[in-house]
Design a protein around this ligand. Structure first.
Ligand code: 5GP
Length: 210
């Protein structure tokens, strides 16, 4: 059975990462998406246990103290974290895990788990397009747009620490999802992940040759 990897997908507001992750989810049965815990309130249409585990700050802190939350961050005054039980539930089934988390948490997971973790940053194709997407929502105040652009700048400055950087061209989320899925497939074929098989292979040949 192939061993599951952990794919972190980050991207500033307006990168379209939620859409891309949903497309990937609909196209393959090989991945499970980890449901994070958060202290923020649900937005209209969000379902507890599906979008997030919506919990109080006290509960979050107690999960953190007991080691059940393996990485976390504070984002716009709310806590967000990945739950150990979610990652274990998915990897136990031999599936790849997708964590849709921001840069700070991504670095924590990479440091904690190492080689099994592959990081992908998604971004809008450029600064003007990102601004256009954020304003286009029509729901944000000027202050909120500026806040999100400032945050986007900070997040993009981490791009060099990611394994992959993928732009999500406008109207082409399907293509972007296909590219991310190719990255996922290629990562499973990294030779270092097959070291045991390769050495058994060579031993097998050695036995035949003798
Ligand atoms: P939102 O409130 O828009 O759903 O999420 C805000 C930000 O928090 C997004 O960048 C999202 O990827 C990130 N996020 C969601 N869950 C987690 C998590 O478990 N850990 C971390 N570090 N970030 C998360």
């Amino acid at each position: 059975m192939r061993k599951g990897l952990i794919f972190i997908i980050s991207g500033p507001a307006g990168s379209g990462k939620g859409t891309v992750v949903n497309i990937i989810r609909s196209k393959t049965n090989n991945v499970g998406v980890s449901v994070s815990a958060t202290t923020r309130s649900p937005r209209p249409g969000e379902v507890d246990g599906v979008s997030y585990h919506f919990i109080s700050r006290e509960k979050f802190e107690s999960l953190l103290n007991s080691g059940e939350i393996i990485e976390h961050t504070e984002y716009c005054s709310n806590l967000y974290g990945t739950m150990r039980s979610e990652v274990e539930r998915i990897t136990c089934e031999g599936l790849d895990v997708i964590l849709e988390i921001e840069v700070d948490g991504a670095m924590q997971v990479k440091n904690l788990i190492g080689d099994k973790v592959v990081t992908v940053m998604l971004a809008a194709p450029g600064a003007e397009e990102l601004e256009r997407r954020l304003r286009g929502r029509g729901t944000e105040t000027e202050e909120s747009v500026r806040k999100r652009l400032t945050r986007a700048k900070a997040e993009l400055s981490y791009a060099g620490k990611y394994d992959y950087f993928v732009t999500n061209e406008t109207g082409r989320a399907e293509e972007c999802a296909d590219l991310v899925m190719k990255i996922m497939e290629a990562e499973h074929n990294r030779s270092s992940r097959h070291a045991d098989f390769i050495s058994e292979y060579i031993d097998g040949l050695e036995t035949i040759i003798q």
